[in-house]
Design a protein around this ligand. Sequence first.
Ligand code: G6P
Length: 491
Amino acid sequence: AVFEEEEPVRESLIIAANRLPVSVKRKADGTWDVRPSAGGLVSALLGVRKTYGMTWIGWPGIFIEPGPERDSLTATLRRQNLLPVYLTKSQVELYYNGYCNNVLWSLFHYVPLNFEARLNQETNMTAQWVAYKEANRVFADAIMSVYRDGDIVWAHDYHLMLVPEMLRQDVETMKIGWFLHTPFPSSEIYRMLPMREALLHGCLAADLVGFHTYDYARHFVSATSRILGLEATPDGVETQGGFTRVAAFPIGIDPSRFTAALRTDQVQDHIKELQERFRGRKVMLGVDRLDMIKGIPHKLLAFEKFLIENPEWKDKCCLIQIAVPTRSEVPEYQKLASTVHEIVGRINGRFGSIGSIPIQHLDCSMQFPELCALYSVTDVMLVTSQRDGMNLVSYEFVSCQNKSNAGVLVLSEFAGAAQSIGAGALLVNPHNVTEVAHAIKEALTMPEAEKIERHRSSFSHVSTHTAQAWADTFISELNDTHVEAELRQKR
Ligand code: G6P
């Protein structure tokens, strides 16, 4: 079970996020296979379930018509404290693919709204926006169906920006937090959004609004003052008769999950196999969802440039790129997959030899034990996101390395993680292919003492700034903010 309570609980927490933290498949015998899924949010909140009685509300990622089949899945999930929200095909197309991923995801990562795509779409942004509001209403109703007085409601991400306001209209005194897992862009970018006011009002109804970095929080606060004309301080925003606290809460992972896995025979066996396979070669690794923001083509071009400039490294290193398929119904993502395949083919054709392929590219996700082993044998981890809310892959890599095997992290300065574990990493501008190519060389040839020192610095950050600490801090701040708000109301 994913969310069975293991210890006495302190408070009741309702998490609402677009996706449930599991992937669901129907087995041949009609029962359900429910497995924890990967991803930053899941990895962060998995660590929290021990302290709080938690119900997680979200979309199970599959379509099932109302009826006995749906009821049996709901019952299976409810036993694990998961409450499914069933979206229709049209909601997935308009709300999830359309407004969330085409509009908000792009803009929040500084990709301007794609006018051409909109011209070619059967539906326009207005229909997507209507579906977005509808879907937020479905989530708000699901929250209300389990909410009891005193519960804490924590809504997540750009999918659910209107939920705080919808809940506040139902229960004025509800304790509501909202956290954004992506960047919040500069107000100059944000103000391009046609529905900019409604979304800001939507999340301002929360008591506490959280971001990964101070920059994102600052951008949000200035968007509210420039677009809504509200009085804002670095700590928050004065709303009509109230105050919404805004702050930075950099997320983390549960590093013990990784360090414990590394001690198992299964992972150790994988490590031995990988060491044997890559004997005599340095291993570079990329692990990303196949998403534009991850800068996979940039990484490949930098690696190509590195090979051109340093031909002596040709058979002495390889790049393993795990590209986890995602949102594959969105045309931009399909285009990206072909671009990446084309570059990989070109580089392998040019620099490969019989028995040595420079890039091993896999379009799939990895099983957890294999992933841990891969992180562990990696010499250089490459994270070249063009923009990234945080990037917890970098944290996972750091947690799987140690003093006797201190790999180097090459990290984009545009990932939120650069502001937390940046000191231990080689920070790069991923748009500058030459700079990344040089960083690859620097990482491959770095003196042992420097590697150890850098790893020590990152590891100590990852071990203390955990997912549990992140959630505890957010929730305690939410409680404090809520008490202050109540006092303010009484005055
Ligand atoms: C990001 C978002 C998450 C999302 C994840 C996977 O990390 O912040 O909310 O769940 O990407 O994307 P998907 O669209 O497959 O849920």
